[in-house]
Ligand binder design. Structure first.
Ligand code: PLP
Length: 371
């Protein structure tokens, strides 16, 4: 039996251990732990990487989204349109500022918000659209921007899973809307050694407001112009991320190569028939390699018993979460999101995954469907 973890962060760490330790050491010697030069340097490096003017380091991807909504003064009485098939934070932050999350069903091929269903959900209360580039594949930004422009709405990209991804037109995830939000949670493609996040924008005033919001709304110190939060990024996290950022393109290339290898292996082993693989789109960075498969839960158990770790992203769509019961969405409200929740399975795709491990996973899937 072979052991194939969903993600092996130790394998990545082994390749950069010395550099990381030196970077952390630098922060230890400086004893400057909150914001400061490491964070500022990372902000400049991420802004350059994404081709935008400003980047503001924050405490997590969730806080990046929250601060972005706060920077636009979105609150009670406002609506924000988003997808029901995402990590909880996407809708959670909308509710936390007192606004109402308005869901649009997903495109079953891409798992992203169905941009053609979007316009029908716009009302006089709509303030923003929050598309998610799910699993590292960009949402269809052309039609989303067109609807936003038509109705005077802001677009906040939840690019938590998509740093380095590109649209079909070649635009960088996060750089397309008014603001783009990244997460540096360890399992994201650019992961810190703890929590971290960033908001990127080309809007100087928004960047300034985000910098004030992340320190409780104070400017100058102890003078509060607005009510913000403690949304600061730690210097140690920034130092770690600065080591990792230059490797990101190579890690992305390895993920894309692994995706390609899965396609070959599924074809080779005749395991393809029951399983739908993600379409190969240029610019997809495969934070997750998510297949659609019949009898998903039994397959997952079968693989687990044979050493193949998988995960379900996400088993319950956001509109069916108990905390959003007051929104009144019955089962069947967003059928594509609900179908995805019961049919999708994430297979290991991390850069250091070996060809032998991938072959083993696909072999076991073939065995499952043959028996
Ligand atoms: C990870 C993630 C977030 C939240 O990021 P954290 O850094 O964990 O707070 C938000 N949205 C999506 C789509 C995510 O995958």
């Amino acid at each position: 039996m072979m052991h194939v973890p969903l993600l092996d962060l130790r394998a990545q760490y082994a390749t950069i251990r010395t550099e990381i330790r030196d970077a952390i050491d630098r922060v230890c010697e400086s004893q400057r732990f909150i914001l400061g030069p490491e964070v500022q340097a990372l902000e400049e490096e991420v802004a350059a990487f994404c081709g935008v003017r400003f980047a503001v380091g924050v405490s997590s991807g969730t806080d990046a989204l929250l601060a972005a909504l706060m920077a636009l003064d979105i609150g009670p009485g406002d609506e924000v349109i988003t997808t029901p098939y995402s990590f909880f934070a996407t809708a959670g932050v909308i509710a936390r500022v007192g606004a109402c999350p308005v869901f649009v069903d997903i495109d079953p091929q891409t798992f992203n918000l169905d941009s053609h269903a979007l316009e029908a959900r716009v009302t006089s209360r709509t303030k923003a659209i929050m598309p998610v580039h799910l699993f590292g594949r960009c949402a269809e930004m052309g039609p989303i921007l067109a609807v936003a422009e038509q109705h005077g709405l802001a677009v906040i990209e939840d690019a938590a899973q998509a740093i380095g991804a590109r649209t079909l037109a070649g635009r960088q995830a996060g750089s397309i809307g008014r603001m783009g939000c990244f997460s540096f949670f360890p399992s994201k493609n650019l992961g810190a050694f703890g929590d971290g996040g960033m908001v990127i924008t080309n809007d100087e005033q928004l960047a300034e407001k985000l910098r004030i919001l992340r320190v409780h709304g104070s400017k100058p110190q102890y003078h509060y112009q607005m009510i913000g939060g403690n949304f600061r990024l730690d210097a140690i996290q920034a130092a770690v991320l600065r080591v990792k950022l230059p490797y990101l393109p190579a890690w992305t290339a390895a993920r894309r190569q692994n995706a390609q290898r899965y396609r070959q292996l599924f074809t080779e082993m005749n395991a393809r028939a029951p399983v739908t693989l993600p379409e190969d789109t240029p610019g997809h960075i495969y934070n997750q390699f998510v297949v659609r498969c019949p009898d998903r839960d039994r397959l997952r158990e079968f693989l687990g018993e044979r050493g193949g770790q998988t995960e379900v992203y996400y088993p319950i769509p956001l509109h069916r979460q108990p905390c959003f019961a007051s929104l009144g969405h019955e089962q069947g409200a967003f059928p594509q999101a609900e179908a995805a929740a019961t049919e999708t399975l994430a297979l290991p795709i991390y850069p250091e995954l070996t060809a032998a491990q991938q072959r083993y996973v696909v072999e076991q899937i073939a065995v499952f469907y043959q028996s």
